[in-house]
Design a protein around this ligand. Structure first.
Ligand code: AMP
Length: 281
């Protein structure tokens, strides 16, 4: 795969960047804060070792992630500005998300406020509407794949499991708790799997745990298939929120609320910050 080019038409190289502190470690590589020497533009540099790519046979997945993500331009989707490689490593030049993982926010506070949850769900619905228009289904939306920028704006990162297809897909992938029934059953699925996941996320944002969590994988499967949905008494969540969740966690994928209707739902309209920013604390 060829490297992408810098503004002066040269291929990027590690010499173009000053490397700063580590930002995190993922399954396949490390991420560092970095600054492009000429423009002083701050980015996140993700380093993936070629050996790891070969070991886990993720060549196709990474290539797909890079091709899809570099073509997307949306305020709630993390930008991939470019990439380059040396003998041992591939470097991804990513937008820096100063706020870090949304997951950590959820862990720190146990659950989010309705205002935060509504703002994030609205941002996700907008970003996914943009993706679906381009025939990109994400399929792996979960708190660990969501980052926040310096203003608390949500950014979808990690397109490793996404596909660009106009046709129904059959592969089962993604994380168990967030899987739609048609994926659990390995049936054909389409963009409506992302709408289901928004229902799961909305629940998790407000209650701190995903709705179909169980002791074992097979029990989670069963709960998903039955749409075994319960709303605990605590924390106290408005009936309008529950209405939105119930309209997304619908077994028949064609009957799930559309992304457009999510954005128009009274709970979103009342609670979401239209600017998309959401500082906690
Ligand atoms: P990943 O390999 O993509 O799972 O990233 C590992 C960790 O690095 C994440 O969990 C984040 O905490 C951090 N990270 C990844 N990408 C960025 C980014 N663009 N901006 C800030 N932190 C990031």
């Amino acid at each position: 795969m060829r490297s992408t080019v810098a503004p002066d038409n040269r291929e990027w190289s590690l010499d173009d960047f000053e490397i700063g502190r580590p930002l995190g470690r993922g399954k396949f590589g490390r991420v560092y804060l970095a600054r492009e020497r000429k423009s002083k533009y701050v980015v996140a540099l993700k380093i993936v070792f070629k050996q790891q790519i070969e070991k886990y046979r993720i060549h196709h997945q990474l290539r797909r992630e890079m091709e899809i993500q570099s073509g997307l331009r949306h305020p709630n989707i993390l930008r991939l500005y470019g990439w380059f490689h040396d003998d041992d490593r591939i470097f991804l030049i990513l937008e820096y998300a100063q706020g870090g993982e949304l997951y950590k926010e959820l862990q720190k506070y146990g659950h989010l406020t309705e205002r935060q949850a509504a703002t994030y769900i609205a941002s996700l619905a907008q970003a996914l509407a943009y993706c679906h228009e381009k025939h990109v289904i994400h399929r792996d939306i979960k708190p660990e794949n969501l980052l926040l920028d310096h203003e608390g704006r949500l950014k979808i990162a990690d397109f490793g499991w996404s596909v660009q297809s106009k046709f129904k897909r059959h592969t089962m992938c993604g994380t168990l708790d967030y899987l739609a029934p048609e994926m659990v059953e390995k049936k054909a699925h389409d963009h409506a799997v992302d709408n289901w996941t928004l229902g799961v996320l909305c629940y998790e944002f407000l209650y701190g745990v995903p709705p179909f969590e169980a002791e074992s994988q097979s029990d989670t499967f069963k709960r998903i298939m039955k749409v075994d949905l319960n709303f605990p008494d605590q924390p106290d969540v408005s009936s309008s929120t529950k209405d939105l969740i119930c309209q997304l966690l619908v077994k028949d994928s064609s009957k799930r609320l559309s992304l457009q209707k999510i954005m128009e739902h009274p709970w979103i309209v009342t609670n979401a910050n239209p600017m998309g920013s959401c500082k906690s604390g």
